[in-house]
Design a protein. Structure first.
Lengths: 113, 113
């Protein structure tokens, strides 16, 4: 069975602070994919990144960066110099042998001006 | 990525009534999915809808309550039948463009009084 744990329910920061959202996963599959999605207050789920289990390179996209570590089964997401527009719920998800993703419970990020 | 639209974007309904949600994709896709997101919760898969066959429902969801149609490769509907306040949720459709990568529609925010 697959499991995704986002232990941080809510994080509150002040604009320009860096913030890291944690994601820990469990799977028995040797090939799997990890995702991050952003859900702003409008409700739409916005795809941010997909990473497969064979690619442990960290990724940077503007102010966003992702740290994938198979040794600790973690796929953490860092926002550098946070902005108010980053306020949203962020979901980590995992797919393995099944195409059906397992979602974490989400982390609500609140960025104060 | 595919452009996905949903109608209605939001609705307020009376208990006992039914609502049909439409999901339209701008390209042909084999697999479409319907999710429910209850307030403050993560996403739960309701069913997988393939064109030309009956939808496959996840545990806890039944066809009588959530009938689904998939008349062609670009369109699907989900009906929430005999609604109760517990059905108040965001309903999202998604498509799988590449293996293990799902993109989501903007969601339908349903409130049942």
């Amino acid at each position: 069975a697959q499991k995704v744990t986002q232990a941080q329910t809510e994080i509150s920061v002040v604009e320009k602070e860096d913030v890291t959202l944690d994601c820990v996963y469990e799977t028995r599959d040797t090939t799997y994919y990890l995702f991050w999605y952003k859900q702003p207050p409008s409700g739409e789920l916005v795809f941010l990144i997909r990473r497969n289990s064979f690619d442990e390179q960290n990724e940077i996209s503007g102010r966003y960066s992702w740290n994938f570590q198979k040794s600790t089964s973690s796929f953490n997401f860092t926002i550098t110099a946070s902005q108010v527009v980053d306020s949203a719920v962020y979901f980590c998800a995992l797919t393995g042998g099944s195409y059906i993703p397992t979602f974490g419970r989400g982390t609500s990020l609140i960025v104060h001006p | 990525s595919a452009v996905i639209s949903q109608k209605p974007s939001r609705d307020i309904c009376q208990r006992g009534t039914s609502l049909t949600i439409q999901c339209q994709v701008d390209s042909q896709v084999t697999m479409m999915f319907w999710y429910r997101q209850q307030p403050g919760q993560s996403l739960t898969l309701i069913a997988t809808a393939n064109q030309g066959s009956e939808a496959t429902y996840e545990s806890g969801f039944v066809i009588d309550k959530f009938p689904i149609s998939r008349p062609n490769l670009t369109f699907s509907t989900l009906t929430v039948s005999n609604m109760s306040p517990e059905d108040s949720s965001i309903y999202l459709c998604s498509v799988e463009e590449t293996p293990n990568e799902q993109f989501f529609g903007p969601g339908t925010r349903l409130t049942v009084l």
